[in-house]
Design a protein. Sequence first.
Lengths: 507, 521
Amino acid sequence: MEKWTLMTITVLLALTVRWTVSLGSYSGAGKPPMYGDYEAQRHWQEVTYNLPIRQWYFNTSDNNLLYWGLDYPPLTAYHSFLCAYVAKLINPDWIALHTSRGYESQSHKLFMRTTVFVADLLIYIPAVILYCCSLKETSTKKKVSSALCILLYPGLILIDHGHFQYNSVSLGFALWGVLCLSYDWDLLGSVAFCLALNYKQMELYHSLPFFCYLLGKCFKKGLKGKGLLLLIKLAGTVVASFAVCWLPFCTDVEQIMQVLRRLFPIDRGLFEDKVANIWCSLSVLIKIKNVISPQTQLKLSFAVTFLSLLPTCIKLTVQPSLRGFKLALVSCALSFFLFSFQVHEKSILLVSVPVCLIINEIPFMATWFLLVSTFSMLPLLLKDGLLLAYAVTMLAFLSACVASFAIFEKTSAKDLQLKPFSLSLRGYITWFKPFPKIVRNLFLLSVTLMGVLSVMSAAMHPPQRFPDLFPVSVSSISCLHFLFFLVYFNVIILWDSKNSRNQKKVS
Amino acid sequence: MAAGGWSWFRALALGVSFLKCLLIPTYHSTDFEVHRNWLAITHNLPLSRWYYEATSEWTLDYPPFFAWFEYALSHIAKYFDPKMLVIENLNYASPATVFFQRFSVIFTDVLFIYAVRECCRCVNGKRAAKDILEKPTFILAVLLLWNFGLLIVDHIHFQYNGFLFGLMLLSVARLCQRRYLEGALLFAVLLHFKHIYLYVAPAYGIYLLRSYCFTASNADGSVKWRSFSFLRITLLGLIVCLISALSLGPFIVLGQLPQVISRLFPFKRGLCHAYWAPNFWALYSAVDKALTVVGLKYNFLDPTKIPKASMTGGLVQEFQHTVLPSVTPLATLICSFISILPSVFCLWFKPQGPRGFLQCLVLCALSSFMFGWHVHEKAILLAILPLSLLSVQRAKDAGIYLILTTTGHFSLFPLLFTAPELPIKILLMLLFSVYSFSSLKSLYRKEKPLLSWLETIYLIHLVPLEIFCEIVFPLTPWKLRFPFIPLLLTSVYCALGITYVWLKLYVSVLLERTSIRQKAE
């Protein structure tokens, strides 16, 4: 069959799954007074439609910032404004100032779900499809199966279409950025990434690889000739796209400062809820929040994040390659997630999407990571009543990966891209034979553990002495996995060299 | 997609099962309450009261095996939510009840999956392409497992057709494998699960008689009367009688047979179902309606004499035609019988093995769909599923299959009228249609196009029809005055396609016979 027929079928399947998940419950359904992210998005529509731009980010009598005040960059606000405009046409009650607070109805849910669906369809899905088509040295079948697996990734579906958020917009823009860079359209790529950054400030997790890759590219072209020109062009493009996005706020310095204060709420603490990052997991043992002062926490987390990022970034700047760039996106985002300040559990999606990009190269590890990343959000999904969708999409994703990549047969050191690393270690330890088997068993063990914990958190009541037993164990176990993945990705990034890849081609 | 073995089949079956699980929270029709009520009836009452109980309007109107099936389910249901087993708990639908009932459908579909696998084994791999995606077995598996109609009727609308069709396909597969007795047994069991399969019973009866009871044919294909085997027909008769005794026996002993029969065949219901099934009677009624309108406009008719009952009011009741003569159950019975006859004759006079049997089966299903009394639009699946088997074996059948599935599935659209399900039905329909068209096209890429330009135009016009019915029409002022127009348009337009398919298939079967006979002579 034709490539495009298969791609169409893949997209239709992905859309069907998305819509069926969206029939389920959403965050904060019927839970006054604060509700959840669904109400936050609806509230932003109300605010942006009814108030002048000057007041969007300010606390006024019409805009109580303590009740879901806008805390995302301008593009999110514009998007809300656009949705509000459509909402107004259908039913003005949905966005009436003050009176619409906590509005819930079947038709409104349908409307909100449709906005996410449309955003996903217009931005994220085309980027994935084009990315998979642009993969080199792969058969049509492999391209289609990569697209299928990426589009079936449960985490993004559950958070966007179940929990209710618009992550697919910012992640989609970031993907467009990667796509453009892979075609050497650097300027267009940086525009796309600026859009992503101006939709959600969390996209900063991806900013360093973009920066280092483009900088490295300039260096490679020679900073005195073409490289400098490219650098100036890039800088100009970035400044221009930021200026366009922020234009309505450029009337006043105070406006800009206020938006920035809203975007980076430093006083909200090192972490919230149960996040699968290092700080939250450590605080099971030591109560970091009580021991260290907030200022020191900030500095500490900054220092650790910076250190963990450094090797990857240097490597990427010195040897900019597309492959290295994708891997750097993974490892940098993972470092940010594990070590940085004020991380949400949903931020793991910023790591997952770059991992999706390498699913056809390292299918085994990518599948494993994507499963763990969805599992790490289990407490959140349970709170939203998405257990059924979680279980089904996880199993479906796992079987899609097994069916399309035969992941269990790809666990040798070579398939895991660990050949250069093992070669360099040859002098010290003997690289043992049963390695693939051990890796496979580790994977099965981890999947079983996740399954058991999922069932327990869904079905059992925690002992009274430890009411948070299940969420804490979910986050700690995920955190251990993430640390392991951070080490793994850093190893393959640092040991990746052009020589080793040439060798592979020869062999 | 690993190359060898049946791992691809497992992936397909798993995939569709996951999709079914995702459909659990979707809208369910009154059939959900029907089955809940049957669970309650069979669980609480003794056998003698099953077919008399009438607390709910949805009385038990399936044969005894299905009642026993519900009885068995009810013993699992009590662990989920015992309240669903209270007869007076009308329209009870707690989350546990929904989950249990939905999941019971998904679980019993295992039989369907097994049957599809057996059917795939019967399809010869002559056309075996290197690419697994282009093998007839793979295409057949997708066409059956991912069948749009079955998905929405069973897993959204709510019914248990999956395992029933599983039984049917399994019996077909057994007949193809020449395991006739097993096939007959399975079909007899199926008849006592749901009696709608009586429509295709002539095909089974004649095929078994011709190919099993007569052990040999003459050289020109005509029947060799001497080869009749009394042993075989006795065996068949024994099987059928035994199954019937198991099913109806207790009711005969109790002297309730007339009551059971009157429940199973409710001729009190109207000619057309609540939504018009796209068959001959839909065209007939539409013509009647048009004539009424014209007649009223030009004063040929007296408005006071026109019966009030509106045919598309959504009520199941008896109804009189205005201009054309009204149709009685007997008339439909005779029409169905006459329309089935030629196909049965074909099967008898020149049996072509399993192929001829399947053709006859499809023709029986289609003919009774065209002329039956109170036909449900869901009954079109009875023709679509067996035709899938033929479609992967011959280009001509593939073309017919494409028209039949597309129009037949489209005619199921009014079953799901709620807004949240609109995207699902459109997406699933697109998914199935894109797949069936492209896969069959690539399977027969060396032969001439599957569809003529006229057929293509007909199918393409389903798109504007859907847009008009679902999006444009609700915005127009006619919505309140003529709420039945979308249903009428859909069923009349689909009826055209299905009538065409019926005629085309009949012509192709009849012509094929003469041409072969000429060759033989």
